[in-house]
Design a protein around this ligand. Structure first.
Ligand SMILES: Nc1ncnc2c1ncn2[C@@H]1O[C@H](COP(=O)(O)OP(=O)(O)O)[C@@H](O)[C@H]1O
Ligand SMILES: CC(C)(COP(=O)(O)O)[C@@H](O)C(=O)NCCC(=O)O
Ligand SMILES: [K+]
Length: 256
């Protein structure tokens, strides 16, 4: 069995892959201070709770937060007796090319999304991932990652409004019925929701124009379905896209 760990700037997700399906998916907040032992207490408690028996033989990690990797390595080594494969490190090979400026560090989550998108849907893709940041990853016809776009995340945008303006409260994102808000909360939700719809549509159209071809738009991340309401902004939504990519990369590295 494989333990796949996707560590984002806000949340870290653990999924157990038995070679055919994900047995379970567990989520915790990302904190670099958390030790290997703390991870294990949390992990084993939840597995017991769900009555899941595991036999984890390998671990793969994608982390957008470099500092958490140390403790996750110790966790893997101490409790599963294995050296984890870490996406972005030289010993982790990728089944796709990465064509960016020399010396550029691409977020490992974006590489994983590229691999997953290409495996599931083929090339000429735009992968949109709603995380702390919203990323657009452009996948060429041969599956290569050729760059993309990084925009502020949905919650980050709402949080920034609240933090910068004394009279603006903390609000959660929802789809407002109308564009014209008649109270502060509606106005803020409208700005972020409809602003984001425009951002997604506009960026995808411009990427397609720049590439001069039709491209499929694949979305992932908990907030993606929210934007699919109203009008079809994406061609496909796949919640476990990043996890799928981790299983593909693990298999590719085991092929030798
Ligand atoms: N289903 C959801 N509904 C509402 N908010 C969500 C949902 N999923 C994630 N979020 C929020 O979206 C933001 C990004 O979350 P996440 O996708 O875990 O980011 P990251 O991968 O960068 O850690 C967080 O503020 C999180 O609370
Ligand atoms: C853009 C990101 C912050 C997104 O991270 P996330 O929202 O998933 O936490 C991450 O992919 C990252 O740190 N990238 C490095 C720069 C780059 O990808 O070009
Ligand atoms: K992510």
């Amino acid at each position: 069995m494989l333990l796949a760990i996707d560590c984002g700037n806000t949340n870290t997700v653990f999924s157990i892959w038995d070679g055919e399906t994900f047995l379970c998916t567990l989520r915790t907040s990302t904190e670099h201070q958390r030790t290997a032992d703390q991870y294990f207490v949390w992990f084993s408690t939840l597995l017991n709770h769900f009555g899941i028996k595991t036999d984890i033989r390998s671990v793969i990690i994608s982390s957008t937060v470099p500092r958490v990797v140390f403790n996750l390595r110790v966790f893997s080594d101490r409790y599963f007796n294995c050296r984890p494969l870490v996406v972005g490190k030289p010993d982790c090979r990728l089944p796709v090319d990465v064509r960016v400026d020399e010396g550029t560090q691409v977020g490992p989550d974006r590489l994983v999304n590229t691999v997953a998108g290409y495996d599931l849907y083929g090339g000429d893709l735009i992968v949109v991932d709603f995380g702390t940041a919203t990323t657009f990853d452009v996948v060429a016809s041969d599956g290569a990652y050729i760059g993309g776009v990084i925009a502020p995340g949905v919650n980050l945008s709402l949080q920034a409004l609240h933090e910068a303006a004394a009279a603006l409260p903390h609000v959660d994102i929802t789809m407002p019925a109308r564009v014209i808000g008649t109270n502060t909360v509606d106005c803020m939700q409208s700005g972020v929701f409809w602003g984001y719809v425009g951002l997604i549509d506009g960026i995808c159209d411009r990427i397609k124009a720049e590439r001069g071809r039709a491209m499929k738009v694949v979305a992932t991340g908990g907030l993606a379905p929210l934007f699919q309401q109203g009008h079809a902004i994406f061609d496909v939504f796949r919640d476990d896209l990043t996890m799928h990519g981790l299983t593909v990369i693990d298999a590719y590295n085991k092929e030798g």
